[in-house]
Design a binder for this molecule. Structure first.
Ligand SMILES: *[C@@H]1O[C@H](CO)[C@@H](O)[C@H](O)[C@H]1NC(C)=O
Ligand SMILES: *[C@@H]1O[C@H](CO)[C@@H](O)[C@H](O)[C@H]1NC(C)=O
Ligand SMILES: *[C@@H]1O[C@H](CO)[C@@H](O)[C@H](O)[C@H]1NC(C)=O
Ligand SMILES: *[C@@H]1O[C@H](CO)[C@@H](O)[C@H](O)[C@H]1NC(C)=O
Ligand SMILES: *[C@@H]1O[C@H](CO)[C@@H](O)[C@H](O)[C@H]1NC(C)=O
Ligand SMILES: *[C@@H]1O[C@H](CO)[C@@H](O)[C@H](O)[C@H]1NC(C)=O
Ligand SMILES: *[C@@H]1O[C@H](CO)[C@@H](O)[C@H](O)[C@H]1NC(C)=O
Ligand SMILES: *[C@@H]1O[C@H](CO)[C@@H](O)[C@H](O)[C@H]1NC(C)=O
Ligand SMILES: *[C@@H]1O[C@H](CO)[C@@H](O)[C@H](O)[C@H]1NC(C)=O
Length: 349
């Protein structure tokens, strides 16, 4: 078993053991810099409180960071609010031992950003027959039941339910928990498949006063976003020179299924340069035509693009092109591309 299997880069097997995550570590493994792990240090640690993770398998000594979960904390979790008189932080605090106090017939949550569902993890307080648990969702104003019994039991109180959808989902409803209390709900929002993938841009802006490689294309997939609006903090961004349709491109070593893009703009100035940018996804070969998404033209610090319906083909390249801004410059601070295997459960192995 290797890390690639765990992270869904090769076909997954649905068999499951409680030892969710283990990898074989080859001898001669290089030591990763702080905050990174994996055979070529290509994965980012996501531990609570920015604690360091295990250099080989990414596991955290305590919990995952609030925004991440699953094996090696590599899966983004979609935030949500719980409808009704309910303390939603009990379900989202990444602590599986804090549960809602009342047992409810059903719980409906509203996603912070509507995304297509893939799978979700349910953690309850007491052993339950997961066959009785029913999950449904609201999408495009219709209410649909997830396929029954399409789950993997991880242990007596934890199960992963598969429920892939074509269209973004606004609400998810859970019922049939019996006398058990709900402790955690993790709605998978994908892995960041862009991280450390090969990137290029149409040109490189060089500033004599600073390192000549300060604004390379790779900066948009380095996992770092500017910490504040100081110009020195933008050194984690890309920057082209003025050019006819400046562009940036990332290629994937393996083709990926994508559900969502999050693009971080610079914080110090010039946010309008991203107005009207276009993002195009390309299939591996001529079997499908490319698809383009265009920003509506507002100054924003962060752009979220959720294709609806979701992209139907595996993606080989993504190209982001400047939208005729007056300087004809493209700057990106980070391009998060969320996806992975969509029609299977997570989960290893
Ligand atoms: C990760 O590696 C550490 C140290 O080698 C080990 O203690 C831990 O059990 C491993 N975690 C998993 C989930 O395999
Ligand atoms: C909600 O639960 C959290 C613990 O997860 C607790 O810190 C907080 O005080 C609770 N809020 C309310 C309004 O009960
Ligand atoms: C579903 O989500 C919407 C927001 O998108 C919310 O207004 C509505 O109350 C939710 N529906 C249910 C049944 O909870
Ligand atoms: C992506 O692949 C194409 C060929 O398929 C190549 O022309 C291009 O230079 C590659 N881009 C990067 C960023 O590696
Ligand atoms: C695209 O790739 C697939 C799988 O690699 C192959 O079966 C198909 O023939 C290719 N199509 C074209 C048009 O090259
Ligand atoms: C974007 O910001 C620029 C400079 O601050 C401003 O001139 C422009 O009107 C803004 N555009 C929009 C659509 O808000
Ligand atoms: C894209 O190609 C795949 C097979 O390569 C096919 O299953 C899928 O339906 C195609 N999608 C579109 C929109 O043509
Ligand atoms: C990216 O898109 C732009 C505009 O469509 C195009 O000019 C450029 O050649 C593309 N770059 C790559 C590497 O595909
Ligand atoms: C937005 O970009 C498209 C091409 O990508 C261009 O045709 C259009 O004129 C641009 N709109 C504005 C307001 O710049």
């Amino acid at each position: 078993m290797c890390l690639f299997d765990v992270l869904g880069l090769t076909p997954l097997v649905l068999a499951y053991t409680v030892t969710v995550f283990s990898i074989s570590v080859s001898s001669g493994q290089t030591s990763c810099s702080k905050g990174w792990f994996g055979p070529t240090c290509q994965y980012q640690c996501h531990c609570a409180g920015s604690a360091p993770c295990d250099k080989h398998n990414g596991s955290c000594s305590s919990d995952c960071h609030q925004d991440w979960f699953g094996p090696a904390c590599q899966y983004a979790r979609m935030g949500f609010t719980v409808n009704g008189n309910f303390n939603s932080s009990l379900l989202t605090d990444n602590t599986d031992t804090t549960c809602n106090r009342e047992n409810l017939r059903s719980v409906t949550v509203t996603l912070d950003t509507p995304i297509p569902l893939t799978w979700l993890r349910v953690v309850v307080s007491d052993a339950v027959d997961f066959n009785t648990v029913k999950i449904s969702y609201r999408s495009k104003s219709s209410h649909t039941q997830c396929p029954e019994s399409n789950f993997v039991e991880i242990n007596k109180v934890t199960a992963d339910f598969s429920c892939p959808t074509e269209y973004p989902v606004t609400n998810v409803t859970l019922s049939g928990l019996g006398n058990s209390l709900l402790c955690s709900l993790y709605i998978n929002a994908g892995r960041n498949v862009a991280l450390k993938q090969p990137a290029k841009q149409s040109s490189l802006y060089k500033d004599k006063k600073i390192n000549k490689d300060a604004f390379v294309a790779q900066n948009a997939v380095d996992g770092q976003i500017p910490k504040n609006s100081k110009s020195s903090s933008q050194l984690t961004c890309t920057h082209t020179i003025s050019g006819k349709r400046s562009w940036w491109q990332v290629n994937f070593t393996n083709h990926v299924e994508i559900t969502r893009f999050v693009i971080e703009n610079r914080r110090d100035c010039c946010q309008w340069r991203l107005n009207n940018f276009s993002l195009t996804v390309f299939p591996p070969n001529g079997s499908n035509t490319s698809q383009t998404f265009r920003d509506p033209g507002k100054n924003q610090t962060r752009y979220t693009i959720v294709p609806s319906p979701r992209i139907s083909f595996p993606v080989k390249h993504v190209n982001i092109t400047e939208g005729f801004n007056r300087e004809r410059i493209l700057t990106l601070c980070e391009v998060f591309i969320f996806g992975g295997k969509l029609n299977v459960f997570l989960t290893r192995l």
